[in-house]
Design a protein around this ligand. Structure first.
Ligand code: HEM
Length: 202
């Protein structure tokens, strides 16, 4: 994901989204690591709180009939339940919702958010390996980072192929990009909130 800011605008929508989110992704990656999520289970649990909050804000999108017409397996892709079970495994309370969740996005904007949520499953392949060091796995504590049914790479390819095949107006193009950027901003807010509300971190 090293893209020069002066690079040409790629022809594929998914690649354009990759390009415009490269910087926020790098920043978020650094922020995640700054909280040392793999140092202790307690630190990791705060990361799961952020993941749960983010995923639970997207449940409506993952179950939206209009979006499911575009991405038929969308509902199965949702990880809110997995993150909730992880919180239980980690003896962590379900957090209260945080003000400012996404509301009634347009289809294109929603797809920008889903791009980020689905894309984060790629990074999860690296994260779960580290979680194993804490005694966690895709069946305990780190379920939401697990390999999706049908495979990580395959699931991502199917998602981006569909996204790239949609005919968008200029407004919709702007909306999908706004959605992707906003999703990174939101995850950052939720991550900070999750660590700020940690009950007893060393
Ligand atoms: C909420 C959104 C996201 C979060 C919290 C997130 C988090 C992370 C973190 C922490 C890593 C580093 C893993 C490691 O080095 O051990 C990573 C890597 C990665 N992420 Fe994300 N990510 C998000 C969204 C995305 C999106 C939208 C994409 C693709 C479009 C993506 C693709 C990748 C890839 C391919 C890697 C592997 C290393 C790299 O190329 O940088 N992620 N992610």
């Amino acid at each position: 994901m090293t893209v020069s800011p002066t690079a040409e605008r790629p022809s594929l929508r998914s690649q354009r989204l990759n390009q415009i989110t490269n910087e926020p992704h790098t920043q978020l990656d650094a922020l995640v690591k700054a909280h040392a999520p793999f140092e202790t289970q307690a630190n990791f649990a705060r990361f799961v709180v952020a993941q749960y909050l983010f995923q639970s804000e997207l449940v409506t999108l993952y179950n939206d009939p209009e979006l499911i017409k575009i991405i038929p397996d969308l509902a199965e892709r949702c990880r809110a339940q997995a993150a909730k079970l992880d919180l239980g495994d980690l003896d962590t309370d379900i957090p209260a919702p945080v003000a400012g969740a996404l509301k009634h996005p347009s289809t294109a904007e929603a797809l920008g958010w889903l791009f980020v949520s689905e894309g984060s499953k790629l990074g999860a392949a690296f994260l779960i390996k580290r979680a194993v060091g804490l005694g966690l796995s895709e069946t305990f504590g780190a379920r939401h980072l697990g390999e999706p049914v049908g495979g990580r790479a395959e699931g991502w390819k199917r998602f981006t192929r569909t996204l790239d095949g949609l005919a968008f107006s200029a407004e919709e193009e702007a909306a999908v990009e706004k959605g992707a950027i906003d999703a990174f901003v939101r995850f950052t807010v939720l991550l900070e909130q999750a660590y700020a509300s940690a009950p007893e971190l060393a």
